[in-house]
Design a protein. Structure first.
Lengths: 174, 384
């Protein structure tokens, strides 16, 4: 859900009057954006490319940023979309095993393989929730859905990891 | 399992890679590039027009392109890294057996075996499995290339240096890497006359200077890229942003004449970088004394002279005028100098590296390797 606002009066809107100001606003988000891209693409080079391309796309789509909204979920949504495009372009979801970092335990290695097996939507929601540690409402805003729908999507994604991983979901955070 | 445990497992499964320091700069450049929504046909037309323009421009005015580049001095902010409490990138060499396996130096050829980091406070070595080869990074074409390309077409080559700034290994000597670690210099033609700069952020090579004579890259300093002539006594500083060239004063030889420039003796590999290029000059006197000089960036063109004498009572090492009696546990080997001091490599059977700086003098760091028979450990970049 994107609302077009002309001349948005929010901080990023004011900063986004020029490209430097826009990048200044994005810069604190780049580490998180990179981690999202790396978790999705599993390749450092591809992740860095995706973040750069996402930033360029964000500039082109800046008029779709809703006044008063938070910048992070808006930008992470663009990064996630760019990861999807990157995977389609590269015709791959994971790189060669040799290029991957070595998980630090057998259990982590098993989860590593399990994440590679599940669909991209499920992987994305797990990464947002359990790797970037986002609250449900921000997971929802990143995916363009409600917090409740995000919780359901996380639940379904966790089910896809069974029987290897049975996760007891907590009360959540909204 | 509970969510906290699963969260920790996610971090273990995916890893905690941090983005390269260069990425914000690359994002800024990427956003700055003009990009309008366009149809596929329009994009193709623009690409074709641009390609035609680029071909014409390259053919008619080969140096016009780099004049308009934004400044990219490659200068880093001063580092506060403690040399004995940091991670030192190193390359470990092994030896392929040769005709005389009893001779540790001439019995075979060196081959790169391991890339990784030494914790200089403990001597622990950690291998970096992602170090080599360096994907898509240009290096000088070699004479054996049938159709040498200027950039990008060379096959992947082993990593020769590590840049903490870019968090990547590069295919050139550490002396050729910019102080901020985001670019490196290389010679782009088989004749050694084209000085090029490669930027990791844009993945683009820039033609900086076409010299009339064959040149060597001495090192990328805070003041510019210092190069010298391979055939004369010329020294130049090349501005890494504009390609502007200014003559640099030739270093004063610490040796009396008539020792000629680059008269390497039997210890010809001593004083060279990991890429085999001269870092300073090395000469052999009476078969036992080696003189090396290196450039340090603490002051403009500051030169540190190292004398290494091998005698019956062990080694005498003189660095910047102060002499140490080292026993047999020191080998000048290959070295890497930064503003803070000099790291010396090591040669089997010793597994100790040495660090020199003006306040501490020489300090030994014992390296813990599983295989102590590996031939040589070489510093491959600044400690971080």
């Amino acid at each position: 859900m994107l609302v077009i606002v002309i001349g948005a009066g929010v901080d990023v809107g004011a900063k986004a009057a020029d490209k430097d100001g826009f990048v200044d606003a994005l810069e604190p988000l780049l580490p998180t954006a990179f981690r999202l891209a790396y978790a999705m693409l599993r390749n450092r080079d591809d992740a860095e490319d995706a973040v750069q391309e996402a930033a360029a796309n964000a500039w082109r789509k800046r008029s779709t940023f809703r006044a008063g909204a938070e910048l992070r979920p808006w930008f992470l949504a663009i990064v996630a979309n760019e990861c999807r495009m990157s995977m389609r372009r590269n015709r791959r979801s994971i790189p060669a095993e040799a290029a991957l970092p070595q998980p630090d335990s057998d259990e982590a290695a098993e989860l590593h393989r399990a994440l590679a097996r599940i669909d991209m939507k499920s992987r994305l929601v797990l990464v947002l929730r359990y790797y970037l540690d986002l609250p449900f409402d921000e997971v929802g805003r990143t995916l363009g859905i409600s917090a409740g729908a995000a919780r359901v999507r996380v639940h379904r994604a966790l089910r896809k990891l069974r029987p290897a991983f049975e996760v007891e979901e907590g009360p959540g955070d909204g | 399992m509970d969510e906290a445990r699963f969260r920790a497992l996610m971090h273990g499964a995916i890893g905690d890679e941090a983005m390269g320091q260069w990425l914000p700069g690359a994002v800024r450049k990427r956003v700055a590039q003009p990009a309008e929504p366009a149809s596929r046909a329009r994009v193709l037309a623009i690409v074709a027009a641009f390609a035609l323009f680029a071909v014409l421009a390259l053919a008619l005015v080969p140096r016009i392109l780099h004049r308009g580049q934004s400044p990219a001095s490659g200068v880093a902010t001063p580092s506060r890294v403690q040399p004995l409490k940091c991670r030192l990138p190193v390359i470990v060499y092994d030896q392929k057996p040769g005709p005389d396996p009893t001779d540790p130096l001439n019995g075979g050829t060196e081959v790169m075996k391991l890339w990784g980091f030494v914790d200089t406070s403990t001597g622990a070595f950690t291998r970096d499995p992602k170090a080599s080869p360096t994907k898509g990074m240009p290096v000088a074409p070699v004479y054996t290339d049938v159709t040498p390309a200027r950039t990008g077409a060379a096959p992947p080559v082993p990593a020769l240096s590590y840049s903490p700034g870019a968090r990547r290994w590069f295919p050139v000597a550490p002396e050729w890497v910019s102080p901020d670690g985001l670019s490196y210099a290389y010679l782009g033609d088989i004749y050694g006359k084209d000085l090029m700069r490669y930027d990791i952020a844009t993945r683009q090579s820039i033609d900086l200077w076409h010299s009339a004579e064959q040149i060597d890259i001495v090192r990328w300093t805070a003041r510019g890229i210092l190069v010298d002539s391979a055939v004369s006594t010329g020294h130049w500083l090349v501005d890494p942003a504009t390609g502007a060239v200014t003559p640099a004063p030739p270093p004063i030889s610490p040796l009396p004449p008539p020792y000629p420039k680059k008269s390497f003796g039997s210890a010809g590999t001593i004083g060279t970088t990991t890429a085999g290029e001269p870092i300073g000059q090395a000469e052999v006197l009476n078969g036992q004394t080696v003189t090396i000089w290196v450039y340090i960036d603490t002051a403009a063109h500051k030169r540190i002279t190292i004398y290494h004498r091998t005698g019956p009572v062990g080694n005498l090492v003189t660095v910047d005028g102060i002499t140490w009696h080292m026993g047999s546990g020191f080998e000048a080997g290959r070295l890497f100098a930064t503003a803070g001091g000099i790291w010396f490599g090591t040669l089997a059977p010793t597994t100790s590296m040495w660090h020199w700086d003006p306040t501490r003098g020489l300090t030994r760091v014992d390296i813990h390797l599983v295989d102590k028979n590996l031939l040589r450990i070489v510093p491959a970049g600044p400690c971080f």
